[in-house]
Design a protein around this ligand. Structure first.
Ligand SMILES: Cc1cc2nc3c(=O)[nH]c(=O)nc-3n(C[C@H](O)[C@H](O)[C@H](O)COP(=O)(O)OP(=O)(O)OC[C@H]3O[C@@H](n4cnc5c(N)ncnc54)[C@H](O)[C@@H]3O)c2cc1C
Length: 456
């Protein structure tokens, strides 16, 4: 049997919330805990994982189809990546660029995929509005800030290509204009900006989505980790240490926290990769002025191994990036220092600013480098959505809705592929060969991109 988890056990302490800025500023009117599962229960659809994928599935199943659905979450609601990400709600979901997508899938499928990304951002916006969720939306678009003049040129080409071939709403901002509208720093040489995109408070969004799902009839259980899953006839039985849930169908919504030993079919499919975030103390007006800072738009820098950053409410700078490949506490301290060093490099006037929060979690890659949505070929009563490649705020919400609609409207077929969705996301991703080596594969991949950055 596979061991349950791939990384250091400090990353799987389900009872411990992260000491994140999001936890510190969560919506105190909405409880993060729901009643844990403590008896033998039944429902139509059981969902494993209480992040955006699971909650959006539950929300749409209950709201649009009045289906009896329960969510089982090992930690508190939003304990996983959904409650601790950078809050960039923007298109993405794959590191495969548009040119390669067109070569592999053709122009129409690539356009369909990009449209799904845009729809996904708009879906989050619509849920925030219709369910009245106070997720502290910020900024307009997502920026890639050129670190060098040559990067600006490459971004300009990407912008022209994406606008011309795919009709994407993007534009370039010159260095001078960027200085006036966003900020100034030695490493800014203008930027590429793409829409639709915005920043949000990820945990508040998760809380609001959970509350809305409950309002529409879904039942949520936090602190209800599934430790055993078997079948009784056609039914699925999911067991926690205190209760069990019997259901006709199961949705697996665990992304980077995928348990490797619950169902062999899901072992070795996901490649969790650590991402870590630090947040500074509030910056004073004078400190902001030192870099002419006036932007709340989410941004990344133009390296292959990039940082993502935003100015949060209270004028706290958030910056995140790739962490180590073991997941130890010592590794997290080193990454915190590296991220702090990158603040000093990118914004030298802020080199003395203290860090008040840091935390980490998993994004999820797949062997085909794109999201994986479908049902198991050997058991079409099991659905899944995962592998958003660090872009789950919109993607996971959208995947959850699409799984719910698939279940609610297409009962007639056992087809494992959601053929109505873009080809890029259809079906189960192949298992990684020699799966214990996944952290090494990730290390080699990141190392290669770091090398390219170094010689650039
Ligand atoms: C530091 C960081 C920064 C990120 N930044 C961004 C960003 O800015 N924008 C963006 O779009 N994406 C970002 N992401 C990625 C994004 O957060 C994820 O893609 C998204 O949250 C995935 O949602 P999910 O519901 O599929 O998985 P998760 O939110 O990870 O939820 C999976 C849940 O499954 C639960 N689970 C696991 N095993 C069991 C079990 N046996 N029983 C019950 N429950 C179980 C876990 O407890 C977990 O809560 C970031 C991720 C991280 C870690």
């Amino acid at each position: 049997m596979n061991s349950e988890f791939l990384f250091d056990k400090s990353l799987y302490q389900f009872e411990k919330p992260q000491l994140s800025w999001w936890e510190a500023t969560s919506d105190k009117n909405i409880k993060l805990d729901a009643k844990s599962l403590q008896s033998q229960e039944k429902c139509d659809i059981a969902i494993i994982g209480g992040g955006y994928t699971g909650l959006s599935s539950a929300y749409h199943l209950a709201k649009e189809f009045n289906i009896e659905v329960r969510v089982l979450e090992a930690g508190h609601i939003g304990w996983g990546a959904s409650g601790r990400n950078g809050g960039f709600c923007c298109p993405g979901g794959t590191p495969i660029n548009a040119e390669r997508q067109i070569k592999q899938f053709g122009l129409d499928e690539t356009k369909k995929f990009y449209q799904s990304q845009i729809d996904a951002v708009e879906l989050v916006r619509e849920i925030l509005e219709t369910e009245n969720i106070d997720a502290q939306v910020q900024g307009y678009g997502e920026m890639t800030v050129a670190e060098k003049p040559s990067h600006y040129k490459a971004l300009q080409e990407e912008c022209d290509f994406n606008r011309g071939q795919l009709g994407i709403d993007c534009q370039m901002i010159s260095q001078d204009e960027f200085r006036e509208t966003h900020y100034d720093a030695p490493h800014q040489h203008g930027a590429f900006i793409q829409n639709p995109a915005f920043g949000l408070h990820p945990l508040r969004y998760c809380q609001g989505l959970a509350k809305a799902a409950e309002r529409h009839g879904a039942i949520l259980h936090s602190h209800s980790r599934i430790i055993n899953w078997h079948k009784q006839g056609a039914k699925h039985v999911l067991e926690t240490d205190a209760g069990s849930l019997t259901a006709d169908k199961v949705i697996v919504a665990c992304n980077g926290f995928m348990p490797e030993n619950l169902k062999p079919e899901f072992a070795a499919r996901a490649m969790p990769l650590q991402s870590q975030i630090i947040v500074t103390r509030p910056l004073s007006d004078d400190e902001l002025a030192a870099h002419k800072w006036k932007s709340t738009t989410p941004a990344i820098n133009s390296r292959n191994v990039y940082f993502y950053y935003r100015m949060l409410p209270e004028n706290r700078l958030m910056i995140g990036g790739r962490a180590d490949f073991k997941g130890s506490v010592e590794g997290a301290i080193k990454t915190r220092n590296k991220l702090h060093h990158s603040i000093k490099r990118l914004w030298p006037e802020w080199r003395y600013i203290d860090i008040e929060y840091d935390w980490r979690g998993f994004v999820c890659f797949t062997s085909k480098l794109r999201p994986s949505i479908g049902r198991l070929p050997d058991d079409p009563s099991i659905y899944f959505g995962f592998g958003y490649h660090g872009n789950g705020v919109n993607n996971a919400t959208w995947a959850g809705r699409e799984i719910a609609r698939w279940i609610g409207t297409r009962n007639d077929t056992n087809n494992p592929l959601p053929t109505h969705l873009p080809k890029l996301v259809q079906g189960i991703t192949p298992k990684f060969p020699l799966p214990a080596l996944r952290p090494l594969y990730a290390k080699l991949g990141v190392g290669w991109h770091q090398f390219k950055d170094m010689i650039d």
